[in-house]
Structure formats: C-alpha cells, structure tokens
Design a protein around this ligand. Structure first.
Ligand code: AMP
Ligand code: ZN
Ligand code: FE
Ligand code: FE
Length: 277
C-alpha cells in the first residue's frame, strides 16, 4: 500500500522542521507522496520538492490559507499550486504583512499585561515571513515567562485570552478562487475542528474541490461523517497529520496515512480541468 501525508508545516511558517528534515522523517516512515502546506506561504516548496525528489517521494506544492465565511473560520488547503503565480504571491504577501503586524499587537498586549517580551525576540525566533501564535508561545517559553507552550496559550494566546488578537482573514469564496486561478485544487482543511459544516454547501457552490476527511484531530466518527459529505457533494478526499515538528508537542507525521488512491484522484481531477479556470 502507498500512503500520503498532505498536511505538513515547516519553519517557513510555524513548524520547526526544515523541508529536508521533514522529508527525512517521511522517507523513514515510507511515505510515497507529501504535500507542504505552510500557512500563507509557498516559500518552502522548492526545497521540499528537491528533498522529495532525492528521496524518491512524490511532492505536491501547497499552502494553507486562513479564511472565513459568514464569520465562521475555515482553513483552505491549496494543492498543486503554481508557486510562481503572481496573484497568489501578492495575496500571500498581504497576509504575511497582516501576520507580522499581529505579532506586534500581541506583544504590545503582553507588555501592557506586564510580560516583558520583546517583539524582536519573537521575530528572531520565528525567522520567517508567516509568523503566528506558536512563535509567540515558543518565545514566551524560551524566555522563561511561562512554563510551556500550553501555559502560553491558556493564559494569553487562546481566543478571547488577554493577548489574543483576531486575524484578518480572506473571504473563503475568494480563497477558493485564488487557489484555483493559481492552478490549484481548493480543499477545506480539518472541518471537524472548525464547526463549519453549515458553510460546506456554499463552498461547494463556489467550486470547492475537496475536503480533508482524515486529520490527526478527527475522530473515526468525524472522518466517516466527512467521507459521507465528500461522497454527497462529489468532493475529493484528502488527509494529513498537520505536523508542526516540535512546535506543538511531538511531531505528528506518521499519525495519518492517506491511501495513495486519493492522490491519484486529485491528479485526475486536475488533469480534466484547465489550469486557469
Ligand atoms: P495563528 O495562525 O497565529 O492563529 O496560530 C494558529 C496556530 O496555533 C495553529 O497551528 C494552531 O494549531 C496553534 N494553536 C492554536 N491554539 C493552540 C493551543 N491551545 N495550543 C497549542 N497550539 C495552538
Ligand atoms: Zn500552524
Ligand atoms: Fe489549520
Ligand atoms: Fe495546518
């Protein structure tokens, strides 16, 4: 049996592995195909493609975009993206700037709470264009201002906690369009985590290509539910570990093994539709 992991993060967003390290772990686990889906970034894709090529692993360039529809947050995965697509790069660039400003705002709130964290410390640790809350959590932990990442989120960074700053999101309908105009397939990420089932029909209407049925945080019942929904709406089925390296405890790669037949179906769907829809 051939398997794929189609949801992975590197240090080009909030993961801790390099593309080469991640590929090395995947090779040891016997994966046949991988997709890189860093938040608001395709920067790691070139190195990941090279590492996968050397390891004999099929590589799919991707990204994970944060979007919303009717005030419901939804993460969109783009697969088989043209990583040189200018519209995609421009839009991603805007959201990277939003992320950087949000880090400044979160640190300002921490400072107002008497937590002496410097924004440059976070940026130095993040060392990427797509910084996020895990970087703030790691910087707080490293500085000894909290005991661990959990405490950082529980005390400060979780939604509605005192240093939480809402993130400007793109419209999910525009997100689907952005991915597809870059030659990609648009897939709804971990629907079981976002309580977003009610928006699925609208996204399907907008051309959504697939849904992530298998995810580390999906129970078996959840996976079965989304497999049914995929079947009903004629959506592709995807899955991945959402591994962030050591950014969220233990590396998750290997916890989800998507049967390769789903990758084959993705390629077929992509093949029958023109790149620029
Ligand atoms: P951001 O994109 O800045 O909103 O950060 C989102 C990242 O933070 C995702 O990778 C989440 O899985 C992670 N995250 C969110 N809540 C928690 C939490 N309570 N503990 C650890 N990581 C979290
Ligand atoms: Zn993340
Ligand atoms: Fe996500
Ligand atoms: Fe993710």
């Amino acid at each position: 049996m051939k398997f794929a992991d189609l949801h992975l993060h590197t240090h080009f967003s909030d993961g801790t592995f390099t593309p080469e390290e991640l590929t090395g772990h995947a090779a040891r686990l016997g994966f046949a195909a991988l997709a890189l889906t860093d938040h608001d970034s395709v920067e790691g894709c070139a190195r990941m493609a090279a590492a996968c090529g050397a390891a004999g692993i099929e590589f799919i360039p991707g990204s994970e975009l944060t979007a919303e529809y009717n005030d419901i947050e939804v993460h969109l995965l783009g697969y088989f993206l043209d990583t040189q697509n200018q519209t995609l790069l421009a839009e991603i660039g805007k959201f990277q700037a939003v992320r950087q400003n949000r880090i400044r705002e979160m640190v300002a709130r921490l400072n107002a709470l008497g937590v002496p964290l410097e924004v440059e410390t976070v940026f130095a640790l993040a060392n990427c264009k797509s910084p996020g809350r895990p970087h703030v959590a790691r910087a707080l932990t490293k500085a000894g201002l909290v005991k661990n990442l959990d405490e950082a989120f529980e005390r400060f960074l979780k939604k509605n906690r005192p240093a939480w700053v809402p993130k400007a999101k793109m419209s999910a309908l525009e997100g689907v369009e952005l991915i597809q105009q870059a030659g990609g397939l648009a897939v709804m990420a971990h629907p079981g985590l976002n309580r977003s089932d009610e928006i699925i029909p609208a996204l399907v209407e907008a051309g959504l290509d697939g849904i992530e049925c298998f995810h580390t945080k999906h129970s078996t019942a959840m996976s079965e539910r989304y497999l049914e929904i995929a079947d009903r709406h004629h959506l592709l089925v995807t899955g991945g570990s959402d591994c962030h390296g050591f950014s969220k405890g233990k590396p998750l790669i290997g916890t989800v093994k998507l049967p390769y037949e789903h990758v084959q179906k993705m390629k077929e769907r992509r093949g029958v539709e023109p790149l620029n829809r």
